[in-house]
Design a protein around this ligand. Structure first.
Ligand code: F6P
Length: 342
């Protein structure tokens, strides 16, 4: 059995832990594991490298992905689909393990429908994939953001400032909500709940009246005001999946708060710091369990599925279910966060 493995989309802490687990589990079954470079691009261009127990030794705690990644989409060009199919044949892949978020796994689903035997592993710091309680990488991002909020808290308090912290989350505000609760945010703005700047300012002013001279506002990059439908973006460009580059809503909100309330306001955009570096213990274990489970699925002859976490059990769900719709924030959890606003 020859398994090709790729990592696609934005990188994510824990990817190397998955790759290591796949190689080591595969070795036990006598399978050969071949790494595909830079996501789907490696299958378009035919860039692969064999992975051995030796080549994955020591990568468990390392951030990023030793295979490289890209946001390439073979379905943008008919030629690329054919190139992927002929490279799968050329390299003799019996099956593919695709590690990715909604974009990478949607592509995997399409190839599965074309007869390719694929298994998916859910990866994204955004935690917005359906079918699974958690994607690996999310816990690490939440911990990074929580630490940042803690640090901003002390300087905010010393200077009597409003601190706006912009975090990742395009269509789902999971990182903002969970890290916001953990860090004791005074207000959390997420894409699922359009915001009114006047309400935020009222909340900040009422804190001041009560003698709390500082406020912590956590905002997901995809948050939008009620009267707006457009995201704040870095520029007009879109990637191969049609996504814009988000970023800057924190600056817009910070300026407005300062203008309306007159309180000194600072903005921190955490950006890719949330995706870099070493995975937490939780993500290392989850990624390891996912890697082992993916190879076990292959060994059982089960394809077109994604491994997933349900409660504390690793199960599998059809790829179709995983990519059918984005998993947005549980509004019950947001209600809990809201109790602590102001
Ligand atoms: O992978 C998801 C994500 O982390 C989003 O939250 C964010 O909008 C995007 O990646 C940023 O991607 P890039 O690395 O291409 O700037």
């Amino acid at each position: 059995m020859k398994i090709g493995i790729l990592t696609g989309g934005g990188d994510c802490p824990g990817e190397n832990a998955v790759i290591r687990a796949v190689v080591k589990r595969g070795y036990k079954y006598g399978y050969s594991i071949i790494g595909i470079k830079r996501g789907w691009l490696g299958l378009i261009n035919g860039e692969v490298e064999p992975l051995t127990n030796f080549s994955v030794s020591g990568i468990l705690p390392k951030g990023g992905t030793i295979l490289g990644t890209s946001r390439s989409n073979p379905f943008k060009k008919e030629d690329d689909v054919q190139r992927v199919m002929s490279n799968i044949k050329k390299f003799g892949f019996d099956t593919l393990i695709t590690i990715g978020g909604e974009d990478t796994l949607s592509v995997a689903k399409k190839f599965y429908e074309m007869g390719v035997k694929v298994v998916g592993i859910p990866k994204t710091i955004d935690n917005d994939l359906s079918g699974t309680d958690y994607t690996f990488g999310f816990d690490t991002a939440v911990n990074i953001v929580t630490e940042a909020i803690d640090r901003l808290h002390t300087t905010a308090e010393s200077h009597d400032r409003v601190m706006v912290i912009e975090v990742m989350g395009r269509h789902a505000g999971w990182i903002a909500t969970v890290a916001g609760i953990a860090g004791g945010a005074d207000c959390i703005l997420i894409p699922e709940k359009p915001f009114e700047i006047e309400k935020i300012c009222k909340l900040v002013k009422s804190r001041h009246k009560r003698g709390r001279g500082f406020s912590i506002i956590v905002v997901a990059e995809g948050a939008v005001p009620t009267k707006e439908t457009k995201f704040v973006t870095m520029d007009e460009s879109v990637d191969a999946f049609g996504h814009v580059k988000l970023g800057g809503v924190g600056n817009v909100i910070g300026k407005e708060i300062e203008k309306i309330t007159g309180f000194e306001t600072r903005v921190t955009i955490l950006g890719h710091i949330q995706r870099g570096g070493s995975p937490t213990a939780f993500d290392r274990v989850l990624a390891t369990r996912y890697g082992v489970a993916a190879v076990d699925l292959i060994n059982n002859g089960e394809f077109g599925k994604m491994v997933a976490l349900r409660g504390n059990a690793v199960i599998s769900v059809p790829l179709e279910e995983a990519v059918a719709k984005l998993k947005t924030v549980d509004l019950g959890l947001y209600d809990i966060a809201e109790i602590f606003f102001g």
